[in-house]
Design a protein around this ligand. Sequence first.
Ligand code: HEC
Length: 154
Amino acid sequence: MRAHLLVFGLCLTLLGAGVACSSSSTNKLSGAPGTGTSDNAPAAVKKYGCQNCHGTDMSGVTVALTMQPDGVDLYPPNLTTDQATGIGTWTDGQLEFAIKNGVDKDGLVLCPQMKHFSQITPEEMSETIKFLRGLPSVKKDIPGSICPPLKTKM
Ligand code: HEC
């Protein structure tokens, strides 16, 4: 509940700044689970290079991305529908908010290397989320990213 309020607060702040903001929890964009493949990525996913970081099958990477500054370890998370290790429990609204504003479903700010795709069009967002929902579920634990001062080693 607290996290929800956090996101909501942020949403209002962004709205105040004139930024389009949608954290509604509709599931109308969802595709049937397991019907997609990593080869049929829609144009938006290719255009924004999501697979370059999150992996061809979007199940995340357990080896930190290379070419990052000292002390920065980035592990792009599992974006398949697995409930425990992926985004299976995220709503479309939460995904949209994370992709546009770099804030996760608990209201925590993501490392800035996960870009804020604020220019993404509603059509691109819809095909991206549909693609994620349709990917075969992969159970894969991904370490937490480290990007001081935002996220530091536990
Ligand atoms: C430059 C590499 C990179 C690209 C390109 C990228 N991401 Fe990410 N993404 C990351 C990293 C790293 C994180 C984790 C950041 C953190 O935990 O603080 C992340 C986090 C996320 C999250 C939050 C997931 C979670 O479990 O917290 C979502 C959703 C997401 N990315 C979707 C996308 C989508 C969709 C695209 C393409 C439009 C994309 N990303 C492109 C690196 C990338």
